[in-house]
Design a protein around this ligand. Structure first.
Ligand code: ZN
Length: 244
């Protein structure tokens, strides 16, 4: 089984289309979406429609939840708040219904899937340190947990000796870390924040026992132009080209 994981699309249609085109050349069996289809970008309905058709499994992200009033924006920064208000106003009824139907978590051994954290996935915590990662390893039983939410791709390994470390490569072979458990953040399609503006997604091949990231260039200027027309905050527009 070969699965492509996409996450944090954030209504960036140009990025989503470029990533799906790249996935078409990767012989995958299915595409799974870990949430945040909307928020920030100018094409929420188009992105929801594509993901709903393409992904047999899609999780709820915090921006998705906020756009359909399942979550208050009180903890969002001002830019995110403005984007969510615009998104809620422009979301079609069918798109909203789809987002409301999404789960927080999916268990597909050997994988656990969540948008934010395996510990209370409905609380939208972040994993930004090894301490937080160590804590979260206690809250899933499978070998691997795939997450999104921070927009920063990272592979964290808990090896058979219970040593915890960050894997320093953009691919990993399970046979090289036998007995280890993994927490993998698959990065962001529509708003990468690791100083690389290219879209990020990941492919897990359970037969070969491999995981690797793909980076995909897309038409950033076109996405930015649409955001300008939708009067999104300048900060959200400029961060796309910086990947931050
Ligand atoms: Zn996000």
């Amino acid at each position: 089984m070969r699965v492509a994981f996409i996450s944090d699309i954030h209504a960036n249609l140009e990025a989503l289309e470029a990533v799906l085109k790249d996935i078409d050349g990767q012989r995958v069996d299915e595409v799974i979406c870990l949430g945040d289809i909307v928020g920030y970008g100018a094409n929420p309905n188009e992105c929801v429609e594509i993901v709903s058709k393409r992904c047999p499994v899609t999780l709820l992200g915090n921006h998705d939840a906020a756009a359909v009033d399942l979550l208050s924006t009180q903890n969002f920064n001002i830019h995110a708040k403005i984007a969510i208000e615009w998104t809620s106003k422009n979301l079609k009824k069918e798109s909203g219904q789809f987002l409301k139907s999404l789960p927080y978590k999916s268990l597909r051994p050997p994988m656990t899937l969540v948008h934010a954290t395996p510990y209370e996935p409905n609380m939208w915590y972040y994993i930004t340190s090894l301490e937080e990662a160590a804590f979260n390893f206690q809250f899933f039983d499978t070998q691997i947990c795939f997450i999104g939410h921070t927009h920063i791709p990272i592979i964290i390994v808990l090896d058979k000796n219970k040593e915890l470390y960050v894997h320093q490569d953009s691919s990993i072979r399970l046979s090289d870390v036998e007995g280890a458990r993994l927490l993998i953040n698959i990065g962001s399609v529509g708003q990468p924040r690791d100083r690389n503006p290219k879209s990020c997604y990941g492919i897990f091949d359970s037969d070969e026992g491999t995981f690797f990231y793909r980076r995909v260039a897309y038409n950033i200027e076109k996405s930015q132009m649409k955001m300008k027309r939708s009067r999104m905050p300048e900060f959200l527009i400029s961060r796309l080209e910086d990947g931050r």
